[in-house]
Design a binder for this molecule. Structure first.
Ligand SMILES: [Zn+2]
Length: 378
């Protein structure tokens, strides 16, 4: 028996050591090993990531990143558990997002409901059976519901807006023709002002190099602020965040970093990259398009339209974004202008707040935006 445990411990330690290539620090790897080796088996079966976060003494986002690489290395398995809005029962059978359908029939009460990824779908993780056999399976529903009540759950949507998860598991998508409801997502669009002129002045390849470098900066910031880059469209990106505050923080950092980029390259003022950014928050649906998870709906359209009204170097936010108290607190630190606009394709006029972000730009270059912007502003 002693040998059995020793060999199990060695195997776990060896596999956890493989996480070094993802920059998981030795101290954390050690804590993860110990948790896998000695943890209560009920905490290793359909485990709530927030409980794991507490056991490993790291934040929720660090835990999700750690579990994502652990999943990639075969240390854990992922479950997309689905809570029935009728009876509260949890179906725990889905190992792949590909098994998810638009409608779900509860296996306890047979209630049929449209599936939403933020309130019904929650992600849990189990230790891989090859690493440690939990025998008999500690399927303790009471224990799990107590943990969920204490910590709250991590929604499926949260994991789907984790850039690392999307990068490492691009095939984790819902089947074509199926869709998931997203109750709340912050959608951020960016675009570059004057990029057509930039291409004609600098030539395609030089301009494209600048645009690609700007993409790298934006992708890094989206990830840093816990969002996911959904796609690029020309020189624009679309990103999703579970919290509007994080979208706004990312947007502010984007303006600042692009200003720094312009300065570092000492670009003449007419060639400087200037971002237009728009954010909206609300419900939408998630579907698979071009083999990747994408978002559709009024919130997405509104964010794109709002972005298009920016003249650059500011952040256009809808009223819904500003209704978030954390956003409102941040917005107070910036000068802003409010406009009421009728936007193409949207039925009612929208109140849009433009937060002025000056960044670290050299003197004089900011005038380009103000000159054209203020004329239209009320
Ligand atoms: Zn049910």
């Amino acid at each position: 028996m002693f040998n059995f445990f020793r060999s199990r411990h060695r195997q776990i330690a060896t596999q956890v050591a493989a996480l070094e290539k993802y920059d998981i620090k030795p101290a954390l790897r050690q804590r993860l090993s110990a948790f896998f080796q000695e943890g209560d088996s009920r905490e290793l079966y359909h485990a709530n990531p927030r409980l794991i976060a507490e056991r490993l003494q790291i934040s929720e986002i660090e835990t999700l990143r750690l579990l994502t690489v652990a999943l990639k290395e075969g240390l854990v398995t992922l479950h997309w558990d689905l809570k029935c809005p009728g009876c509260g029962g949890i179906d725990c059978n889905m190992k792949k997002l590909g098994e998810m359908r638009t409608f779900h029939a509860c296996s306890y009460c047979r209630h049929r409901h449209a599936v939403d990824a933020d309130e019904q779908v929650r992600v849990t993780f189990s230790i891989d059976e090859r690493l440690r056999k939990l025998n008999p399976k500690p399927d303790d529903i009471k224990f799990r519901s107590e943990v969920d009540a204490k910590y709250g759950v991590v929604s499926g949507h949260r994991l789907l807006t984790l850039q690392m998860f999307r990068d490492l598991f691009p095939r984790e998508t819902i089947p074509p023709n199926e869709s998931l409801i997203i109750r709340r997502v912050a959608i951020l669009f960016t675009d570059l002002t004057g990029s057509t002129a930039l291409y004609s002045r600098r030539g395609d390849s030089q301009a494209y190099t600048l645009v690609r470098q700007h993409f790298d900066i934006l992708f890094r910031l989206v990830d840093q602020y816990q969002g996911a880059a959904i796609k690029t469209i020309g020189d624009a990106i679309m990103a999703a965040f579970t919290e509007p505050e994080q979208a706004l923080q990312a947007a502010i950092a984007m303006h600042q970093e692009i200003a720094r980029f312009n300065q570092t390259l000492q670009l003449p003022s007419e060639d400087q990259l200037i971002l237009k950014i728009g954010i909206d928050v609300g419900p939408c649906i998630s579907v698979t398009l071009n083999e990747r998870l994408d978002y559709f709906g009024t919130t997405v359209n509104t964010a794109a339209r709002v972005q298009a009204t920016s003249q650059g170097q500011n952040i256009a936010c809808t009223e819904a974004v500003l209704d978030d108290p954390k956003v409102a607190a941040i917005a107070q630190n910036y000068s802003s202008v409010r406009r009421n606009l009728s936007l193409k394709g949207l039925s009612t006029p929208l109140d849009i707040l433009y937060l002025q972000i000056t960044g670290n730009r050299e003197q004089g270059t900011g005038n380009r935006e103000q000159g054209t912007g203020n004329r239209n502003w009320e």
